[in-house]
Design a protein around this ligand. Structure first.
Ligand code: PNS
Length: 160
């Protein structure tokens, strides 16, 4: 049985936390589709193409990972890709309420869609893309919290 999981998110930008989750998921699933959501209501820092390029650089050539983007409902994307597994990360209890609602709504929209939650390594639990963006915007060194290609991209966005 070929188990295909979808790991959706904004990834604006990808962090070491996202990378940690992807590595953990590869131990559980045969194929992983890392899916960058196109959200017309958000003004992202990085374009979809930039986010996909950063993700690809971090997982150069791994044949079990596909990088894709999607607009519209995740449930529809999952149906189109014939996957019934959504992977999401839980960093803290505060993540839970929103994630629980989203999992329930996704199952209502696609009755076979299961959401699997993974927790990242303990030293990455405080990381979020929004904190990385804010720290980089004000000139903080984010090396070690993101892939070197992401750190370079942030330096180009926010030259000090
Ligand atoms: O990294 P994020 O911003 O927490 O990811 C959230 C994301 C993109 C997974 C979520 O907003 C999503 O799935 N958006 C697509 C629209 C959708 O299906 N929403 C949930 C049911 S209404």
């Amino acid at each position: 049985m070929n188990r295909i999981a979808i790991y959706p998110g904004s990834f604006d930008p990808p962090t070491r936390g996202h990378e940690d989750l992807i590595r953990r998921a590869l131990g559980m699933f045969d194929q992983l589709i890392v899916a960058v959501a196109i959200n017309p209501n958000k003004e992202p820092l990085f374009s979809v193409d930039e986010r996909l390029a950063m993700l690809r650089t971090a997982f150069d050539g791994n044949p079990r990972i596909e990088f894709a983007s999607f607009s519209g409902l995740l449930a529809d994307f999952a149906r189109a890709r014939q996957s019934t597994i959504v992977l999401r990360g839980l960093r803290a209890v505060s993540d839970f309420e929103y994630e629980f609602q989203m999992a329930m709504m996704n199952r209502r929209l696609h009755g076979e869609l299961e959401t699997v939650f993974l927790v990242p390594a303990v030293d990455l639990t405080y990381l979020s893309s929004s904190l990385i963006r804010e720290a980089a915007r004000f000139g903080a060194n984010v090396d070690g919290l993101v892939h070197p290609a992401v750190a370079d991209a942030l330096r180009r966005k926010f030259p000090q």
